[in-house]
Design a protein around this ligand. Structure first.
Ligand SMILES: Nc1nc2c(ncn2[C@@H]2O[C@H](COP(=O)(O)OP(=O)(O)OP(=O)(O)O)[C@@H](O)[C@H]2O)c(=O)[nH]1
Ligand SMILES: [Mg+2]
Length: 309
């Protein structure tokens, strides 16, 4: 088997990326995988947008609309659809849930479905690996996750911008307040705005909840947009809001700081998962320097912990 490098992926198209993801899944700890992930980690290109919300709220349909617009602007897009029903589900169910209708001939759009791990709504390790590789290759990475209570927080660990979707007349906006997820999103979308007055009601409810929540990070006010993916209204506004958030993140090193925090959390979680709390203790402080590869660090730490055990 030849070694898959980031450079070969830049020229290899979707087939090469599929192969690479297969390899990362089959041999996540191999030296080749760690090298590829570290190279990709050091060369981020895309912004990463997480799309979350209850089942059936319209995430996939909205992603289709976004992909269409972005492709029209010449931007390339990679998508990950995380299936919460976990490993027992076969390909058919995964295909169902994504409902992404992209042109297989278009090398500028890549779609991959993944099962979440057993922890309800939790993101599999492969989701993070795939995101990092896609982030080095495409202009935008879009990740769809089903929001069920706490799992919204999982998408925070992989996305730069979190979009939370609520459906008019569904009680989603009440859920939004109760579940304490009000602090999570950077953009809220009321979907299916073509459904009439209930969309405006839902928007008012969300705005009310946001006004009661703790003030978010300085200088970012969470926009609440009404979007109809069917009719296309509000999609341009959503694109503009995403551009604004990306711009806001670029200022003052916010993006780098947020990604470093994600990498640290990922490393801590990975060590805990492999070696338990005792392993975490033995590993000592896990401070990760700016730009340091968490994947390389995990490999080094794992070797040391295994040797010492
Ligand atoms: N009227 C209307 N229906 C919509 C709109 N967007 C999506 N739908 C419908 O809502 C249903 C669910 O849409 P999906 O995009 O699959 O929703 P989802 O959130 O991805 O669903 P899961 O992945 O199963 O959680 C489908 O029947 C869509 O046709 C919209 O803007 N207006
Ligand atoms: Mg979906």
């Amino acid at each position: 088997m030849s070694i898959i490098t980031l450079e070969s992926l830049r020229h290899g198209g979707k087939a090469a990326l599929s192969r690479a993801l297969g390899r990362l899944e089959a041999a996540p700890d191999s030296e080749d995988s760690v090298a590829l992930l570290s190279a990709a980690h050091a060369a981020p290109r895309a912004r990463v947008v997480g799309m979350t919300g209850p089942p059936g709220v319209g995430k996939s349909t909205l992603m289709n609309a976004l992909i269409g617009r972005w492709r029209g602007q010449g931007r390339t897009v990679a998508c990950i659809a995380v299936d919460p029903s976990s490993r027992r589900s076969g390909g058919a169910l995964l295909g169902d849930r994504t409902r992404l209708s992209t042109d297989p001939e278009d090398q500028g759009v890549f779609v991959r479905s993944m099962a979440a791990r057993d922890r309800l709504g939790g993101l599999a390790a492969l989701t993070v690996s795939a995101m990092v590789v896609m982030r080095a290759l495409y202009d935008v990475v879009l990740i769809e996750t089903v929001g069920v209570g706490q799992s919204e927080t999982d998408v925070v660990g992989v996305a730069d911008t979190v979009v939370f979707c609520v459906q008019p007349g569904s009680g989603d906006s009440l859920q939004f307040m109760k579940a304490g997820i009000v602090e999570i999103p950077h953009v809220v979308v009321v979907t299916k705005a073509d459904m009439g007055a209930s969309a405006a009601r839902a928007r008012a409810d969300v705005l009310g909840a946001l006004s009661l929540a703790e003030a978010g990070p300085e200088g970012w006010r969470v926009p609440v947009l009404m979007v109809s993916s069917m009719g296309g209204e509000g999609v341009a506004e959503l694109i503009a809001a995403l551009d604004q958030h990306a711009e806001w993140l670029r200022q003052g090193g916010r993006l780098d700081a947020a990604r470093l925090a994600q990498a640290r959390l990922w490393l801590e979680e990975a060590v805990r998962e492999r070696f338990g709390r005792e392993g975490l203790r033995r590993a000592g402080p896990l401070s990760l320097a700016a730009g340091e590869s968490p994947f390389r660090r995990l490999a080094t730490l794992s070797a040391a912990l295994l040797e010492g055990s």
